[in-house]
Design a protein. Structure first.
Length: 134
C-alpha cells in the first residue's frame, strides 16, 4: 500500500507538473496572442491611413486629369478656328500682289491732282523780265 501511495504521489506530482507546464504554455500563448492582436490592430490602423492617403491621391489625380482634359478640349476647339498654313500662305501671296500700301484714298488723289495743276500753272505763267533803264 505504501507503494501505491508513493506511486500515486508520483503520478500526482507528474500531473501537477504537467498542468503547471500547460498553464505556463497557455499563459505564454495568451501573451503572444495579445501581442499579435496589438500588432495586427496597429498594422490595420497604419494600412487604413495609407489607404485613405492613396484614395485622396487618386481623387486629386482624377480632378487634375479632368481639368487637363477640359483644357485640351478647349485648345482643340480653338485650333479649329485657326487658319491652316496653306490659307495663310495664300493670303500672304494675295496681299503681296495687291500691295495695299500703295493704295490711296480719293481725297488724297484730289489733293495730288490739285498740287500738280498748281505746279503746271506756275510753270506756264509768262515770265516778266524787269529791266531797269537807268
Amino acid at each position: 500500500m505504501a507503494e501505491t501511495i508513493s506511486s500515486g504521489e508520483n503520478n500526482t506530482f507528474e500531473i501537477n507538473s504537467k498542468i503547471n507546464n500547460l498553464e505556463e504554455k497557455s499563459s505564454l500563448l495568451r501573451e503572444k496572442l495579445f501581442a499579435l492582436d496589438e500588432t495586427f490592430f496597429a498594422l490595420e490602423e497604419k494600412f487604413n491611413k495609407e489607404i485613405s492617403l492613396i484614395k485622396e491621391d487618386v481623387r486629386q489625380i482624377k480632378e487634375d486629369t479632368e481639368r487637363l482634359s477640359e483644357s485640351i478640349n478647349g485648345i482643340l476647339r480653338e485650333l479649329t478656328n485657326l487658319a491652316r498654313k496653306e490659307e495663310v500662305i495664300f493670303l500672304e501671296k494675295t496681299v503681296k500682289m495687291w500691295d495695299p500700301l500703295k493704295f490711296v484714298k480719293s481725297d488724297e488723289v484730289m489733293d495730288i491732282v490739285k498740287e500738280e495743276i498748281e505746279k503746271y500753272k506756275e510753270e506756264e505763267k509768262p515770265k516778266t523780265v524787269h529791266t531797269h533803264i537807268g
